[in-house]
Design a protein around this ligand. Sequence first.
Ligand code: G3P
Ligand code: CA
Length: 265
Amino acid sequence: MRIKNGTALMDPDKFLIIAHRGASVQAPEHTMAAYRLAKELEADYLEVDVQMSKDNVLVSIHDLTVDRTTDGSGVVTDMTLAELKRLDAGSWFNQKYPDMAKEEYTKQKIPTLQEIIDEFGKSVNYYIETKKPEQNEGIEDELFELLGQNGLLDESLPEGKVVIQSFSEESLKRMRTFSRKIPLIKLERDPITGPDARKRFEEVCEYAVGIGTYFERIDEDYIKTAKESGLLVHLYTVNSSEIADKWKGIGAHGIFTDNIPGTRV
Ligand code: G3P
Ligand code: CA
């Protein structure tokens, strides 16, 4: 799939600010507080990693375990929603980042994707990642059902109201069978650079409109070749305006950032 010029959010001439896990420098990642702040800071997208609880509810959390970002321990997919909801998802942030700490963060819980959508509706744009689909069987079906129930797959919405990303090619290809239209982004941890990059981009074009990649492992040629192949390139995780500015100048289409105010260019 190749992106066309002049189509709203997915316009290749735009430089998108994607709030990585919410405004995660200023607030505990993947909490409602972080997403509220990202909206206030006028991010173009709220980035939401999703996994499934033991009882098949889509929840917003990055790690496979709750250990780093809550006061509990255990594997997310082994815990029911009720068990996940008992956890404090904000106090760790106050302890780790006392300069940013706020009393209200101690009340933060792991939100469900439905709760995030209930709060923001169509007033924001969502950039959702299916996390570890091999350990979250059926996550694509659950995600599309939820998006459909909330009117987020409606044809009348601007292109790119919801973008879906994954490191898993299989997961993306499955979702492509659900919708020809929804923008899909292939995430790369070890991007293929050099002469083999073009072949890689041609493969990705079969099912995705862009690549999300680690900016420290690419070069100018990578962006140039991706663009010639008709792909968008979004870079993670860019937390300074100098780096954002550099890659904007080179031609990237946007950044995932923890630090929205610090990366405005
Ligand atoms: O989704 C872009 C970036 O978030 C991928 O890395 O590990 O932060 O989800 P991660
Ligand atoms: Ca992510």
